[in-house]
Design a protein around this ligand. Structure first.
Ligand code: BGC
Length: 787
């Protein structure tokens, strides 16, 4: 838990007012900067101490063998792990004879501020060396949204009391050592020196270039740096490079109050195909472009880019300053994970850490993309276009499994399946329906018909074919999908998982619709009328397991007959259960890791009555332990829908604070993108009651007592709408674009120039008592409330 509560509450920034080395690794994730292409962890410039050094390029990985104690047919043989590439953040400092290292001497002041509007991380330190040499250091860094390949740091040292000899060494360093490994399977594999040097050259003073490649995946990465240096007369600059290090050394003597300033620009590129000279030139060119705009230009471009983003995406929350800060932090990091993807994946941790080996999961399509679709749609399209770019591999994967269509991987960087545990990997076929769902949602929200035809259609057809290969009609004519794993990873290889079946049903129906809408293109993809009819038949006959005795749906067939998990005998220290109990035992009991059926009720609300939703919610709440951060937001949404507004509010807090309060104890491995998205989902789909699909945008806003106002924006069909909710009423405002139609608690509203206000009807009375497994209630909010 980030307990030092050093993150001051502020609406537009995350400010840490003192350095606590015990949580250094966590804060490196929180202070990570990225643009979706290049990501820098918030490591200290001087390189040490560190939790985990991290510089990542989206899509850049090393392949490694996936060993099995007992091999089996169709197991992936090779895995992929994100590589910590050449570190350009390093700026070391020597004051007289002493290296600046926060572990030595006296740190009088240390502050770091992540500015969500400026898109910068600023650090201010006031330090005395062990021999008393005092300096002030100020650095500001950014990863540019407008120059995809570029990051920059402005670094300034000031002598405080007496004249000081100061030496600054600005470096590019490859193959840094990685430190901790706890054995938690959610961490990444450790790669020893994954980069092989091809070139380390100095072009001119202050400028160096390094090119490396990976041994197994054979990807090439180039990094370059150049500097603008401003120091007193006599300042000397020297540039040298050898092995995996290039170094620009700046030596000067500063009188008290005098400063040495440098701006370091560094750029990256990677490719599977381009040659060493081509990569070299590419990064040099990126630097030239950055220097042309200069530091001030990069900063003003960054702010302009973010101003535009916030105009379309901001969420205002009154009554809870912590959630206000957290939701903006979340939106900022989501943008950072996706702004400049350009056909690459969004990993579960974005580019903030190496957790889960840097893999992308269904987290992207079901949690992250809904937020981007309605706030920054271009990025959602990019992420789906990346999926399409991997469809050949997905087809190959399906073929290898004896199926047809496209079987997208459970976890991957390049598109290849990287899960070595098939019951929760290969068998989690729902990822295919999730991709189809995200594509359908994107088209519905944007009306982008070109995307629908060129990207949506092939994705939907490939995945619909997979469902046809996986499912069959039983003797009674019901369509069954047996032996698959749904979102709840504490059940596996189950029959008729309700989430999978409902999402597959939607996938099949949408594939049929789209094929009819684009007959020419569908024909070219081999779709026939018979195939469309098969899709529709499967969808119409889809098996939806229901327990008549308990009057609740079953997460999968037979689930409600399983033995109960002994929650009373499970001490709090034994969570997450996956680290303390064998899967075989979890699989045969009624215990739910994360929302599964409850997620189905959110995404396929049309398939349940209000009474069923309330009963199902109560039943599954008592079984759900939330050992995944992908659950709280969904529980918030459904709690709000069934009238449990205060419970929804508590789940909102948990989703929103997962990383700022390190609730999962693994923020050090990187931020949880799905949970960050969950903050928005809990507010907008939960308290805003937003549901959309089939050309309808529906809102049913209702606030819990603690919130006095919620205001959010939605990009919808080329328009921008602002929705302002207070406890009594909601006002809808068309900020940009053509008129749109939406519903407020079922009433149709036409939005044109003028704002429209409607009262919020009271919430339905929750008829059922809802409880969670002992000790697994939503996380307490403030440290004061904690144990
Ligand atoms: C969850 C998965 C999720 C993965 C990556 C797991 O703990 O159970 O649903 O995709 O983490 O976030």
């Amino acid at each position: 838990m980030i307990r030092h509560t050093a993150f001051a509450l502020a609406p537009w920034s995350i400010r840490e007012s003192r350095l606590d080395l015990d949580v250094l690794a966590q804060t490196e994730s929180v202070f990570a900067l990225s643009n979706g292409h290049l990501g820098l962890r918030g490591n200290l410039e001087e390189g040490e101490p560190y939790g985990e050094p991290g510089t990542y390029l989206d899509g850049f990985y090393e392949a490694r063998p996936l060993p099995y104690a007992e091999a089996g047919y169709g197991y992936p043989e090779s895995g992929e792990t994100v590589v910590n590439v050449t570190n350009g953040k390093v700026i070391r400092l020597l004051v007289d004879d002493e290296p600046f290292d926060v572990r030595y001497g006296t740190l009088h002041q240390h502050e770091r501020v992540l500015d969500l509007r400026a898109g910068t991380l600023t650090r201010r330190a006031h330090w005395s060396s062990p021999t008393g040499g005092q300096v002030r250091i100020t650095s500001t860094r950014l990863v540019s949204f407008t120059h995809r390949a570029v990051a920059a740091i402005r670094y300034e040292v000031e002598a405080v009391d007496q004249p000081r000899n100061v030496v600054v060494q600005s470096e590019l360093v490859a193959n840094e050592t990685q430190q901790y490994m706890s054995g938690d399977p959610r961490e990444s594999a450790r790669l020893e020196s994954p980069l092989v040097l091809e070139e380390n050259v100095t072009v001119e003073d202050g400028m160096a270039i390094m090119v490396h490649h990976t041994r197994a995946s054979e990807l090439r990465v180039a990094a370059a740096m150049s500097h603008e240096i401003d120091g007193p007369d006599g300042t000397r600059i020297e540039t040298r490079g050898a092995g995996d290090v290039s170094r620009v050394t700046v030596a000067t003597r500063l009188s008290p109050g005098e400063r040495l300033r440098l701006v370091k620009y560094f750029s990256y590129g990677w490719s599977a195909q381009r040659s060493r000279p081509a990569m070299h030139d590419q990064v040099v060119a990126a630097l030239a472009a950055a220097r042309l705009v200069g530091w001030d230009g990069l900063c003003s471009d960054q702010r302009r880019f973010l101003d535009r983003f916030w105009e379309g995406a901001d969420v205002e929350v009154e009554g809870d300053a912590e959630v206000q800060q957290a939701v903006r932090f979340a939106l900022f990091h989501l943008l950072q994970s996706a702004a400049r993807l350009e056909d690459r994946p969004i990993p579960a941790k974005g580019l903030t850490g190496s957790g889960y080996d840097g893999h992308a999961f269904w987290d992207t399509e079901i949690f992250v993309l809904p937020v981007l679709t309605y706030t920054y749609p271009r990025a959602a399209a990019d992420a789906l276009e990346w999926r399409l770019s991997t469809i050949a591999r997905a087809r190959e994967n399906a073929r290898q499994l004896g199926l047809s269509g496209a079987a997208f991987p459970w976890r991957t960087i390049s598109g290849a399946e990287c899960s070595g545990y098939w019951p929760a990997g290969t068998a989690a076929f729902h990822v295919n329906a999730d991709i189809a769902h995200a594509a359908t949602q994107y088209v519905d929200a944007t009306g982008d018909t070109e995307f629908e035809r060129d990207t949506g259609l092939p994705l939907l057809i490939g995945t619909a074919r997979l469902w046809c290969a996986l499912g069959h009609h039983d003797a009674e004519g019901r369509y069954r999908i047996d032996g698959v794993t749904g979102p709840d990873e504490y059940s596996a290889v189950a029959d008729n998982n309700i989430y999978t079946n409902l999402m597959a049903q939607q996938n099949l129906r949408e594939a049929a619709e789209l094929s009819v809408r684009h007959p020419e293109r569908a024909r070219r993809l081999g779709v026939t009328d018979e195939e469309i009819a098969r899709w529709r038949d499967g969808a119409d006959a889809m098996s939806i397991p229901y327990d008549e005795r308990l009057q609740v749906h079953q997460q999968s067939e037979g689930f409600t007959q399983h033995g109960m998990w002994n929650f009373a005998a499970t001490g709090l220290s034994r969570y997450p259960l996956l680290l303390h109990f064998p899967y075989f035992d979890l699989y045969r009991r009624q215990v739910v890791k994360q929302a599964d059926l409850v997620l189905a009720m959110h995404l396929r609300g049309d398939a349940f009555t209000a009474g069923q939703k309330a009963r199902n919610f109560a039943y599954y709440e008592a079984l759900t332990v939330r050992d995944s951060s992908l659950s709280a937001c969904t529980q918030a949404v459904m709690a709000a829908e069934v009238g449990q507004l205060e419970l929804a509010y508590r789940y909102l807090g948990e989703a929103a604070l997962t990383d700022l309060a390190d609730l999962e104890h693994n923020t050090m491995d990187g931020l949880h993108m799905a949970s960050l998205a969950g903050a928005w989902i809990a507010l907008v789909a939960g308290f805003g009651g937003m549901r959309a699909g089939n050309g309808r945008l529906c809102l049913s806003p209702r606030l819990p007592e603690s919130l006095t106002r919620l205001c959010f924006r939605l990009c919808y069909r080329g328009s921008l709408v602002r929705i302002n909710v207070t406890s009594g009423e909601t006002t809808y405002w068309l900020l940009e674009g053509p008129p749109i139609t939406l519903t407020h608690h079922g009433e149709r509203l036409e939005l044109q120039g003028k704002p429209v206000t409607r009262p919020n009807p009271p919430a339905p009375q929750p008829g059922l008592t809802v409880t969670q497994p002992p000790g697994r209630e939503p996380a307490p909010r403030r440290p004061a409330e904690g144990p």
